[in-house]
Design a protein around this ligand. Structure first.
Ligand SMILES: *[C@@H]1O[C@H](CO)[C@@H](O)[C@H](O)[C@H]1NC(C)=O
Ligand SMILES: *[C@@H]1O[C@H](CO)[C@@H](O)[C@H](O)[C@H]1NC(C)=O
Length: 148
């Protein structure tokens, strides 16, 4: 049993020593719905994990002008697969009987991931500019609750 534990500890150490590196992204955008900017909605930076559950790397709210900036990163052996998730009420099925919210996902292209030891200007920013939430994305999910 002790041997098994030692072997496991060694494996963990080896993984730690090999290429696991801090990988970071910065994303900027402006959330819009029906040609208007959406203030105070939740925007999260996520990382798709193939083995375990997906992780939230950062979270923020849009400002009065619908703008947000998110920075985050994670130390992983393989290249991270980051995406953003916006929680909003644009074009939902809300009516007199139910309140609905949508979650829209947008992948961050891998070219915008940089290593934590990257210097100043090489730390790329992914400018999403205007994000039109009227459009349903592939990863769009709607959740409705009955009104009391
Ligand atoms: C990279 O992301 C991690 C985790 O969010 C953070 O602690 C670290 O400061 C970031 N590095 C840089 C250079 O921004
Ligand atoms: C709301 O609920 C009432 C009562 O169940 C129903 O008659 C009505 O059609 C519903 N309205 C909508 C928009 O679904």
């Amino acid at each position: 049993r002790m041997l098994k534990y030692a072997a496991f500890a060694l494996l963990v150490a080896m993984i730690g020593i090999s290429e696991a590196s801090m990988q970071n992204v910065t994303v900027k955008g402006i959330a819009i719905c029906d040609k208007h900017r959406l203030p105070n909605i939740v925007v999260e930076l996520w990382e798709k994990d193939t083995i375990s559950k997906n992780d939230v790397l950062a979270s923020t709210h849009t400002d009065a002008g619908g703008e947000f900036i998110l920075r985050g990163g994670n130390s992983e052996l393989f290249k991270i697969k980051p995406y953003i998730k916006i929680h909003h009420e644009c074009k939902t099925s809300s009516n007199v009987n139910q309140t609905c919210t949508r979650k829209s996902k947008y992948d961050i292209p891998s070219e915008f991931i940089w290593n934590a030891d990257t210097k100043g200007e090489d730390r790329k920013i992914y400018y999403m500019n205007y994000i039109n939430l009227d459009i349903f994305t592939e990863g769009d999910k709607e959740l409705c609750e009955k009104k009391k």
